[in-house]
Design a protein around this ligand. Structure first.
Ligand code: KG4
Ligand code: ZN
Length: 338
């Protein structure tokens, strides 16, 4: 089944062609992130305007050499996200489904991130197995899901305040680093670790690490970082900035890994899959892999180009879930959850 996947929930426009939810034929992404460097965060109006500008040229690029008759369905992420951005992808998908007489499949963007782990894996033996724990960590969400099968999943918990990526972005802005903050923090934290002979731990808290639920909280961690700097009169010069970035990342990763492993053990999971922008974080990936190897659980994280928002993951999720909808009825849902 050949699916054209459309993603436009935030600051990336993604159009992809994916066969059978696994094989990427095309995956084009255009990002408006460079526009936000000077603002320290996404500006919804700019994001929506860029979506409008780029979506048709990107679509033309992807389908230019394709026989449209061979496309079986159009998939689109219809939420959650920024309403202006979302509308661009959803309305484009609806028009294409009507004009080309194709089936339309609606995809929850967050579930889409989960399916980036099904793309281009070499053999079936390497696919995630059910029951499976999904950790979605992005700029807007931090959620733990239990998947019993492709179509049967349950939300176990999520953040009570800031999302993990949001915490990285906010701490980065406080430390004077560029947007998006996650990759910046990861880079200097890594450099700090390499050049430090002895690591003296700044004990930033691990909020809710021992709570009996599967919820998270990152806003207290952010406040502790700010308080540490203010109370100790820490000058934000490069060495201090990278030291704080390192210990902040350790605290955030500790909580994410600990709760995810706890969920996997509680539910007898055979696999853990991670999705969302923060899934690109190497410290998170390696800590999770290590813990999983101790517990005999397989862990999957997407390749870097698939951890950002993209159309291929939307097409993959559409193939496995097949949530067919009427193009005349579908509407964007900015606060869609589970
Ligand atoms: O999933 P995504 O591309 O967009 C949303 O749907 O939010 O995630 C973007 C988030 C940003 O907060 C960004 O700082 C974070 O992912 N991020 C990272 C890394 N790369 C991106 N966070 C930590 N480490 C990274 N390497
Ligand atoms: Zn996303």
């Amino acid at each position: 089944m050949l699916i054209l996947g459309i993603e436009s929930t935030c600051d990336e426009t993604g159009i992809a062609l994916v066969r059978d939810g696994r094989i990427i034929l095309r995956n084009e992404i255009s990002s408006s992130v460079p526009f936000y460097k000077k603002y320290g965060g996404v500006i919804p109006e700019i994001a929506a305007r860029e979506q409008v500008k780029i979506i048709i040229p990107l679509l033309e690029e992807v389908v230019s050499k394709v026989d449209i008759a061979k496309i079986d369905a159009i998939a689109v992420s219809y939420g959650p996200g920024l309403i202006g951005s979302l509308l661009v992808g959803v309305e484009t998908a609806k028009v294409l489904a009507l004009a080309w007489d194709k089936k339309l499949i609606a995809v929850n963007h967050l579930i889409g991130h989960f399916y980036s782990n099904w793309l281009q894996l070499e053999s079936n033996s390497k696919l995630p197995k059910f029951p499976c724990i999904g950790l979605i960590v992005s700029g807007g969400h931090t959620d733990l899901l239990l998947f019993e099968s492709h179509k049967k999943y349950k939300h176990l918990g999520g953040t009570n305040d800031d999302a993990a990526g949001e915490a990285f972005d906010k701490i980065a802005r406080f430390l004077g680093l560029a947007y998006p903050g996650g990759p910046e923090i990861e880079k200097i934290a890594n450099e700090f670790e390499i050049r430090s002979t002895k690591l003296e731990n700044i004990m930033f808290p691990r909020p809710m690490i021992y709570s009996s639920d599967f919820d998270f909280s990152f806003s207290g961690l952010k406040t502790s970082v700010v308080n540490y700097v203010v109370k100790n009169n820490v000058k934000l010069e490069p060495n201090n900035v990278s030291r704080i970035a390192y210990y902040f990342q350790e605290a955030a990763v500790d909580v994410l890994v600990s709760k995810t492993i706890k969920a996997a053990k509680r539910h007898g999971a055979k696999s853990i899959v991670v999705g969302g922008g923060v899934a690109a974080n190497k410290r998170l990936r390696s800590r999770l892999s290590y813990q999983c190897s101790l517990s005999g659980i397989a862990t999957f994280s997407p390749k870097k180009n698939l951890s950002v928002d993209n159309g291929a993951m939307i097409a993959a999720a559409a193939f496995f879930n097949q949530n067919f909808v009427d193009p005349l009825v579908l509407s964007a849902d900015s606060s869609l959850y589970f």
